[in-house]
Ligand binder design. Sequence first.
Ligand code: GLC
Ligand code: CA
Length: 552
Amino acid sequence: MSILISNQQNPTWWQNAVGYQIYPKSFFDSNHDGIGDIQGIISKMPYIKSLGVNFVWLSPFFASPNIDNGYDVSDYQAIDPQYGTLDDIFEMIDQFHQNNIRVVFDLVINHTSDQHHWFKEAKKSVDNPYHDFYIWRKPVNGSVPNNWVSLFGGSAWEYNPATKDYYYHLFAKQQPDLNWENPKVHQAVAKIIDWWAERGVDGFRLDAISHLKKDQRFKDVTNQEDAMNNVSGIDQLLANLSTDFKRNHLMTVGEAGGVPVEQAKRWVDSKKGYFDMIFQFDHVSFWEKFTVGKVDVAKLRVALTRWQNGLDNNGWNALFLENHDLPRAVSYFGNDQKFRSQSATALAMMYFLMKGTPFIYQGQELGMTNVDFNDINQFRDLDSQRFYREELAKGASPEETLVKLRAKSRDNARTPMQWNDQPNGGFSDHQPWISSNPNARYINVANEVEQTDSVLNFYRQLIHLRLKDPILLNGQYQLIETHDHQSFVYQREENHVGYLVITNLSDQPATVTISDRYQNLQLVLTNTTEKQQSSTMALKPWAAYLYKYERN
Ligand code: GLC
Ligand code: CA
């Protein structure tokens, strides 16, 4: 009998909570095959508990041919044997619950694997009952139905000789999109949601959910987003889908890139919304795919503040800097060489204390960095491989292409978790499926537990603070405009008491002047030993200060 945590009695438990994302393949290998697994996660329960987080979100571990590392599911009610068994999953859910940590799974329902039995049936004949589970169009002039392209490159259409028509795939051709115009698709997915809810799952992260609706005119488009992202009519689909989560008292966070904040209010409205939270990507959208370059702090302030203000009193933000698709924050936003620890902690304080639910991606709490790969054969991500092939075909050199991959490849986030200074960072005693970062010698859990001023211990303090003081839960966010390209300063305030977050997000010293309306400033947390004596603060590179204040 599994241990259930009552989500019904506490329907907004996820608001005063911190989430931790686990990428199972790279977390911990318990059976010496170089692949992280469920028993590996269970064995690291004390570590996860020690962080003080309230829930975990696990990237997919379901049965899958792993074309896209599990984001191509062939059976939603079975476990990929490389990760373990269903019993391992049930044991893991129990263990998390015993430790008062809720469990969120990743639900990939924009598409399935082409090895899912629905698709295997669907492609047999147009009369097959599953044919209409997917999106099919007849050839036009002997070729693809329209100019829609896949996010992983090339046409979004793949020909199926048996039915003489094309199926649509937004991602890889082994990831055919489900046809959400067909009510039977919803019914089938609803059963899967119920099934996991009965087994104790507390919520879902909804993969690629802003892509569910496709423009049913299937016309050529000039802007590819018009074909498949946040297409008009999606609201009705999501409202229907949300009934399955609500019925089961499940927490939901939708991956919803490209949904503007004005519309997002509908998505996460506390009464009529489709999801509890969404991941928006505005603060990372000025990352052109595979380009090299640093973030403009002024743009970062604008992007994050737009969402803070936009969802204030009308929804709830999911706060994050990293996930399994993005480069490491310390390498992209920060400086992973000269200021690794300072920039990792300044970035942490900047995003963590905004209004919303903070998410930490495994290894972010250590200040793990991007890969140092110098050979395309070290990369594993299909999209990175694809990019490399295409660039070289266009005449680019391997060297310049590798520079771009080291900056933006999704593999940056997927190298093994760094536990100690043993080979492979203590992740496995077998050659891992993807090489471990050599800096695991000194960036690792064992080291950082010991060092009081480590990134890890800074995160632990942030987590503790965030969960302890209701001002950091409810307090109103307000940006303090600094008109520069270096600092990010804001306050969180409730009833004239508040917190002032002051960060210098640059490699240069910065100056910030604190208004005298802040009284009784008390230093709560900082990542530097530098004391501040006056209201004109001289901030060292990547300095971060958290003050509590009163206001008359
Ligand atoms: C989401 C996932 C990503 C995956 C894609 C297709 O963006 O985060 O890893 O490749 O959806 O499922
Ligand atoms: Ca293993």
